[in-house]
Design a protein around this ligand. Structure first.
Ligand SMILES: O=C(O)CCC(=O)C(=O)O
Length: 332
């Protein structure tokens, strides 16, 4: 009998985690909206990602460096780096994260949503304002999970992320306030979230001292934020890798994260395609083959469409309404 080789066989399989999440951890995620899983990632992965992150900050951004970053204040951020950098691609698509996401999300198939990094150099005063993630995103649905991976030891004083336990069940949504307070992202009717850290007596605010390898796992509606990095010696470098299940649909809205790659999704359709590729139980050749061959820079057409949207909503060149996104130069 001929052996039929599946097109997917030429790509790596998702790795088995060196440990799965325990029932207790899964229960805490359900109950609190967040859990700190100790020792989930191995030293080799962390070393690879630390080198990759520094390489990206020094040489290769997606949103042109200054769009999200406040480099003079020691803050660096970017999104969708996996489209350009292979270490980010491999962690997103072929690491143990897809198997862990599958353990958490009640969905047979898992897709990679996107990733983001948040670097606060030693002494950076930049805070992450309190927020929920879902208002930032042009999607709707509940089956979204974020893995927040610290590459450095972190405490509350060095900008450890804090959460309001149980807030994932609130119906209240808050404005999408970014660390650079970008007016485009804030251009919604939603109220600004209170600084829950300043009212920790009234709210069940929780955070953890973490070591590299520990991972925060949280859902799309839990309220969270972090202070600046008060450590004078230690950087605070964090990656957030996000996955979704089958209930997540495209829901394009003004004042949400720009998507700078072509896709054919219309509102209400399940996420799919090369921008949000399936990763569990395996990748699909038609979605990842191009990225496997090499970097996929943002598409001029998608960037142009986003600039047009900015112009149509009063954020264009020469208008009073400013956004750092009008300076996006996807070539870096
Ligand atoms: O690392 C931070 O300060 C912010 C992280 C965050 O808000 C997220 O990953 O959703």
């Amino acid at each position: 009998m001929d052996v039929v080789e599946h097109a997917e066989d030429r790509f790596p399989k998702p790795r088995a985690p060196h440990r799965f999440l325990t029932d207790e951890e899964l229960g805490a995620y359900e109950r609190d909206g967040v859990v700190c899983a100790r020792g989930l990632l191995d030293a080799e992965t962390l070393e690879t990602m630390t080198d990759a992150l520094e390489d990206v900050i020094a040489n290769q951004s997606v949103l042109g460096g200054d769009a999200i970053s406040l480099a003079k204040k020691g803050f660096h951020g970017d999104i969708f780096v996996w489209k350009l950098h292979d270490a980010f691609r491999d962690l997103a698509l072929f690491s143990s994260l897809p198997a862990l996401a599958h353990q958490i999300l009640p969905s047979e198939r898992i897709r990679f949503f996107y990733e983001q990094f948040f670097v606060k150099r030693a002494g950076s005063p930049v805070t992450t304002p309190w927020h929920q993630d879902i208002p930032f995103w042009p999607v709707a649905g509940e089956q979204i999970v974020s893995f927040w991976i610290t590459l450095d030891p972190v405490t509350r004083a060095s900008s450890g992320l804090e959460f309001v336990r149980g807030s994932h069940r609130w119906s209240q949504r808050y404005k999408a306030v970014t660390p650079n307070h970008d007016p485009y992202m804030m251009d919604s009717e939603l109220p600004v979230a209170p600084n829950f850290a300043e009212a920790r007596d009234e709210h069940d605010v929780v955070g953890w001292d973490m070591e590299p390898g520990d991972v925060l796992i949280f859902g799309p509606t839990v309220a969270h934020g972090s202070e600046g990095n008060q450590s004078n010696e230690r950087d605070r470098r964090a990656l957030a890798f996000r996955y979704c299940g089958e209930d997540v649909v495209f829901a394009p809205r003004h004042a949400t994260m720009p998507l700078l790659w072509d896709h054919d999704m219309t509102a209400g359709e399940r996420l799919h395609g090369s921008l949000f590729p399936q990763v569990w139980p395996h990748v699909l050749a038609e979605e990842v083959a191009k990225r496997w061959e090499g970097p996929e820079p943002p598409s001029p057409k998608a960037v142009g469409a986003f600039f047009q949207h900015l112009a149509d909503t009063g954020f264009g060149p020469g208008s009073d309404k400013k956004t750092v996104f009008s300076g996006v130069d996807p070539k870096g």
